[in-house]
Design a protein around this ligand. Structure first.
Ligand code: AMP
Length: 184
């Protein structure tokens, strides 16, 4: 059974939901950089203060800062992990590769949640998180297309990518993910 996974896809594709379901079912660590950063903001830590405005504007926080969070969490004992929201650009991909070589836990599958823009925007507006307003959604989608989307090709070339049609209902999507995991 593969246990070092990554969810890739635009904001609102359902990465968090699917990663949570899968990690719960298999007792994997669910590492969502967005979730960890939001926690820091809620606790009003120094880190939280540093990233609050950036996140509320829908921009990316610094690679260095996110890398520290990822390193700290992957170091812990775990029965496998699912990365959600990291990496988001090629520089983060290379940092992640270094971390994974160090801990000797290579990435095994990248699930790309493929979904049309119209569906995303509708979903995000319903979700209603603090950074889910029209202006911020536009910024996040633009950044996604410019900096994160190239990662699809990168992981495809490494034969790690599994395409998941992500505009259906939750159960169909998670069944598809499970089936593709079993086939690997
Ligand atoms: P998410 O929950 O994945 O949608 O992330 C919410 C916000 O957290 C993003 O809009 C960024 O501001 C920040 N963030 C999360 N992950 C990263 C990352 N890998 N690199 C930079 N910023 C991130």
């Amino acid at each position: 059974m593969k246990k070092h996974l990554l969810f890739l896809g635009p904001p609102g594709a359902g990465k968090g939901t699917q990663a949570a379901l899968l990690s719960e079912a298999n007792s994997y660590l669910h590492l969502s950089t967005g979730e960890l950063l939001r926690k820091e903001i809620d606790l009003d830590t120094d880190l939280g203060k540093q990233v609050k405005d950036i996140m509320n504007n829908g921009e990316l926080v610094s690679d260095q800062l996110v890398l520290e969070i990822v390193k700290k969490n992957l170091d812990k004992d775990n029965n496998g992990w699912i990365l959600d929201g990291y990496p988001r650009n090629l520089s983060q991909v290379h940092s992640l590769n270094d971390v994974l070589i160090n801990i000797n836990q290579p990435l095994e599958i990248v699930f790309y949640l493929d979904i049309p823009d119209e569906v995303l925007i509708k979903r995000l507006l319903i979700r209603g998180r603090k950074d889910d307003n029209e202006k911020t959604i536009k910024t996040r989608l633009k950044i996604y297309k410019e900096t994160t989307e190239p990662l699809i090709e990168y992981y495809k070339d490494l034969a790690l990518l599994e395409n998941i049609k992500a505009d259906g209902d939750l159960k169909t999507i998670s069944a598809d993910i499970k089936q593709k995991m079993a086939c690997r």
